[in-house]
Design a protein around this ligand. Structure first.
Ligand code: G6P
Length: 609
């Protein structure tokens, strides 16, 4: 999604801004731009494609100055062209970058055209810069003019604004889209993601909803939604979790797959004792674990798939009903909330617009409490939810989520066990057995990753495939969904997932010799049923790729490619069996030569609806 970087310093900021944009590349974008403010005025370069194209423009026509704003754009209104790339200007003097969507842009555009403004782009953003320009006609102070203009906007925004002849201050604001201030020494910064500024500072102020900030070289003044000056706390970034280096790995995605044993161990740390899940993991207010009688899980994308797995655990272990829904649907319907329901959100970023909106709506619906399982401690979701369980996966750069997913599953299993235990649904022995299984999880995941070279060989069979079908039963169905999502995200192969029992109700019609069918086959009570479903596929010539546990009785045969996955306790199967599917998608994408870490059209953090 779109990214913002802004800087006001004693030194030339061009390099700082370009490096900031490079650090935001992982979020997904299709064009970029920078505006630099210096004695001559505000000058900009824009480019379609990678940030490198923008850097090339700076090489051939350098822009120097001590203040500037920069942007990576992920197209929503208007194609990815130079005209639509930010910064947008009103006249030659006033430049602005924007994340989010202005919902009333059409009305504002009509009004501004009547006032004589000419639009140079198709974006919703351009109305903001003209509105500020118009406000400056009656209110010469830039800060106040920005505040006045923002009152007209409906929708979500994070903005940064610079005006010629105002070389001493940069104005920024947020409502609905994240924005963070980077605190330096005689220099200050603003960005949509703290990662964009780690090369210049490790001190951050997280702006809150409705904040407007004035940055000078030595001062930061934050005005809240009621226009009152506020002292916001400064947080110091922990560099141990900076993941902006690929190390020995060719791609971030592979690095993040390999990090899973370590981050799963971190997720478990301090949350389990020798034989118990610790209720203190949920903070002081853990009474909900005992009181809860129903759970609504709401999330998007990969996080939604994690929620689907959790439904099996919660109903099996804690014996209470659990429903799972994508946030974009939940937020637009009337939801019936049974008494003593927990509202549980899952989000890697904690900034996904639909998930945030769903959580805000849920707050008025009489839930027992709102719990967020999230990877980013400073995120809006964490700050606004009643309770939080952090997944501790560290920064995830690859757009295709891997370690964030398996740590979400780990946190969800901890939650399921804690609820089951507090509600008296678990015997002591079963509780102990589950915790012992959890203790072994990092080493099981490590063993699954060791299948990497074997899976790489299998991936070559997908070089010329255009479709793939993933099958799973029980909690392996959401794992099949996640496998299909990974494959389509990064290799652009059309992939579908079905509960294996549904095969004969439709997808079997697609099966012929050209159709690869991928399945994860743990050695559980569903194995025989799954095997029958796979026979139906083989009988129609479908090529099977089976990732099976020991003693499942599968073997390499004509039309059957078999990879063995280490045995694990049944409750852990969804987590461990995810690994071969991650590795398969990764290697298929490499074979196909796609942009593994930044697949086309996708964004890491979806901050617009
Ligand atoms: C985007 C990302 C996915 C992610 C989804 C939800 O689509 O590309 O990887 O699963 O958003 O994001 P969240 O941060 O809320 O988990």
């Amino acid at each position: 999604m779109c990214g913002i970087v802004g800087a006001i310093a004693q030194r030339n900021v061009a390099k700082i801004l370009l490096e900031g944009l490079s650090r935001l590349e992982y979020r997904g974008y299709d064009s970029s731009g920078v505006a630099i403010n210096n004695e001559v005025g505000v000058r900009a370069h824009r480019a379609v494609g990678k940030v490198q194209a923008l850097k090339d423009k700076f090489e051939s026509a350098p822009l120097d100055g001590k203040m500037g704003i920069a942007h990576t754009r992920w197209a929503t209104h208007g194609k990815p062209t130079e005209e639509n790339a930010h910064p947008h200007f009103s006249g030659d003097d006033l430049a602005l970058v924007h994340n989010g969507i202005i919902e009333n842009h059409e009305t504002l555009r009509r009004n501004l055209i009547e006032l004589g403004y000419e639009f140079r782009s198709q974006t919703d953003t351009e109305v903001i810069v003209h509105l500020i320009h118009n406000a400056l006609k009656t209110e010469p102070d830039l800060l106040q003019a920005v505040k006045n203009a923002l009152k007209h906007l409906h929708g979500a925004f994070a903005i940064a604004v610079t005006l010629n002849h105002e070389n001493d201050r940069l104005i920024a604001a947020r409502k609905g889209s994240p924005l963070v201030v980077g605190v330096g020494i005689e220099e200050n910064f603003v960005a949509s993601d703290q990662l964009a500024l780690l090369h210049v500072t490790d001190q951050f102020i997280f702006l809150e909803e409705g904040d407007v900030v004035e940055l000078t070289r030595d001062q930061i003044t934050v005005f809240d939604a009621n226009d009152q000056v506020q002292e916001r706390p400064i947080s110091v970034f922990n560099h141990h979790v900076d993941a902006s280096d690929k190390g020995e790995f060719r791609h971030y995605m592979l690095k993040e797959i390999y990090e899973q044993p370590k981050v799963i161990a971190a997720c478990l740390e301090g949350r389990i004792s020798e034989d118990r899940v610790l209720t203190s993991s949920f903070g002081a207010d853990s009474a909900f674990l005992k009181d809860v009688e129903n759970i609504h899980i709401v999330a998007c994308g990969t996080s939604y798939h994690a929620g689907m797995v959790a439904k099996y655990w919660i109903e099996e272990l804690a014996n209470i009903p659990c429903s799972v829904e994508v946030a974009s649907e939940y937020r637009y319907r009337k939801v019936a909330v049974p008494k003593k329901s927990l509202f549980l959100t899952l989000s890697q970023s904690g900034e996904t617009a639909d998930t945030l909106a769903a959580m805000r709506m849920a707050k008025g619906l009489g839930y027992l409490t709102t719990l967020a399982i999230c990877n980013v401690p400073s995120s809006t979701l964490v700050r606004e939810s009643d309770l939080t369980l952090l997944t501790r996966a560290g920064t995830e750069i690859g757009v295709a989520s891997t370690k964030a997913f398996t740590t979400q599953l780990t946190a969800l299993l901890i939650t399921s066990i804690a609820i089951a235990a507090e509600k008296g649904e678990l015997s002591d022995d079963k509780h102990t057995a589950l915790v012992h299984a959890l203790r072994s999880l990092p080493s099981y995941v490590d063993a699954a990753i060791k299948q990497d070279s074997a899976i790489k060989l299998v991936s070559e069979h997908f070089a010329n495939k255009h479709n793939a079908l993933f099958l799973g039963r029980g909690p392996m169905f959401p794992i099949a969904l996640e496998g299909a999502l990974k494959l389509k995200e990064i290799s652009y192969i059309h992939a579908e997932a079905y509960p294996a029992g549904e095969l004969k109700h439709g997808p079997l019609a697609l099966v012929d010799e050209t159709m690869p069918i991928i399945t994860v086959a743990p050695n559980n009570q569903m194995l025989d049923k799954l095997k029958s479903n796979l026979q139906e596929v083989r009988a129609r010539g479908g090529e099977l790729f089976v990732f099976g546990a020991k003693e499942t009785g599968f073997a390499q045969a004509e039309g059957i490619h078999y990879n063995e996955i280490p045995w694990v306790e049944e409750v852990l199967e969804p987590i461990v069996h995810t690994i071969p599917l991650q590795l398969l998608s990764y290697h298929v994408a490499v074979v196909k030569g796609t942009d593994v870490d930044q697949p086309r059209n996708l964004a890491k953090s979806v901050t617009v609806e």
